[in-house]
Ligand binder design. Structure first.
Ligand SMILES: [Zn+2]
Length: 336
């Protein structure tokens, strides 16, 4: 099975030692990725975008990989600022305040009029808005509660491309069809697990993430649009590494590290569900190219149906399915 120019449309590369430790795990098999800006402090100036991109390029060494950079949304961004930074970024990421790792400086109210100047300027400059869509409500309901905010934004800014990031519920899938300017990323772990896998038996800290995995019917709704390669959905791993001690602790950090095994897991999942390689190609690259209007670097990843024993850790970061066998492995990566 061959995949052309795989893209990861939601990726956390972190910074410093962690960046050095995990950057090649994505850069080896993906042509490019949308890089999340939730560093400490968040990436919110042109200089910070450029400097972070340089650190990423250094960390990936000789791998052929494009980091598609993002800014951390602030309602104070005006059109002059956005025009000046337009060439350096691919999207802007909006976090509700305090909802996930390093999101304390995010947006707390969703007053359309307050957000209007920034969002209208983004529409005019064709800058997509990526959103972590969760309220501060009950943990299982946060995403479904946020759907009305997505719909309000989609109606108020019909020319703004809004990406519902890492969707986990049927409610979000249903909203996709109601607004032409709503799109979504889906992770591989949310296609595979439900809350039962996280907390139904012994607690599995390496499967704990935000948004938390939901019910079987939610997973089924996600699987349907992914397997049929619905043109409004694209793969975004939300691969989010933490040091082992931050996961295996009292107060487990949210995030699942899937970057090095994401394509292998997707190959297995699509095969098990009798979905075509053509649909997988659309889900992991073609749909994203069309939605974002990007032309990724060419890269051909050949996968083979040969069991792969997932390592216990990658430079100290424990991946999903550590020490377990998965059905596909990477045979070869070429420049295409
Ligand atoms: Zn994320």
């Amino acid at each position: 099975m061959q995949l052309n120019a795989p893209l990861d449309m939601h990726l956390h590369l972190r910074d410093g030692d962690m960046l050095e430790n995990i950057a090649t795990a994505s850069a080896h098999t993906f042509s490019g990725a949308i890089i999340m800006p939730n560093l400490v402090p968040p990436v919110s100036t042109k200089e910070e975008v450029i400097a972070y991109k340089e650190r990423i390029m250094k960390a990936i060494g000789n791998e052929k990989f494009t980091p598609y950079m993002t800014l951390f949304f602030k309602p104070t961004y005006d059109k002059d600022f956005l025009t000046s930074v337009r060439d350096e970024i691919t999207a802007i990421k909006l976090y509700p305040a305090g909802i996930t790792t390093n999101s304390e400086g995010g947006v707390s109210g969703f007053d359309v009029e307050e957000l209007r100047p920034t969002l209208e300027a983004m529409s005019e400059l064709n800058i997509p808005l990526c959103v972590h869509g969760e309220t501060n409500g009950f943990v299982m309901d946060r995403e479904a509660e946020f759907v009305s905010i997505y719909e309000r934004l989609a109606s108020a800014f019909p020319d703004l491309k809004i990406i519902m990031e890492h969707i986990t519920t049927k409610a979000s899938v249903d909203a996709l069809e109601k607004h032409k300017n709503l799109y979504a990323t889906i992770t591989v772990h949310h296609l595979l697990i439900t809350l039962d896998d996280v907390a139904g038996g012994m607690l599995k800290p390496h499967l704990f993430c935000k948004p938390i995995a939901k019910r079987p019917e939610d997973r089924d709704a996600l699987l349907k649009v992914a397997l049929e390669a619905n043109p409004k959905v694209m793969f975004g791993s939300d691969s989010a590494p933490h040091p082992r001690h931050a996961k295996e602790s009292c107060g487990c950090a949210a995030g699942v590290f899937t970057a090095p095994i994401a394509l292998q897991l997707l190959a297995e999942l699509f095969e098990k569900n009798n979905a075509s390689t053509k649909n997988l190609q659309a889900f992991v690259s073609d749909n994203a190219q069309a939605i974002y209007g990007i032309k990724p670097l060419s890269k051909v990843v050949t996968l083979q149906k040969k069991p792969f024993l997932v390592p216990s850790n990658y430079n100290g970061v424990v991946p999903m399915y550590a020490d377990e066998e998965i059905m596909y492995s990477i045979k070869e990566v070429t420049d295409g």
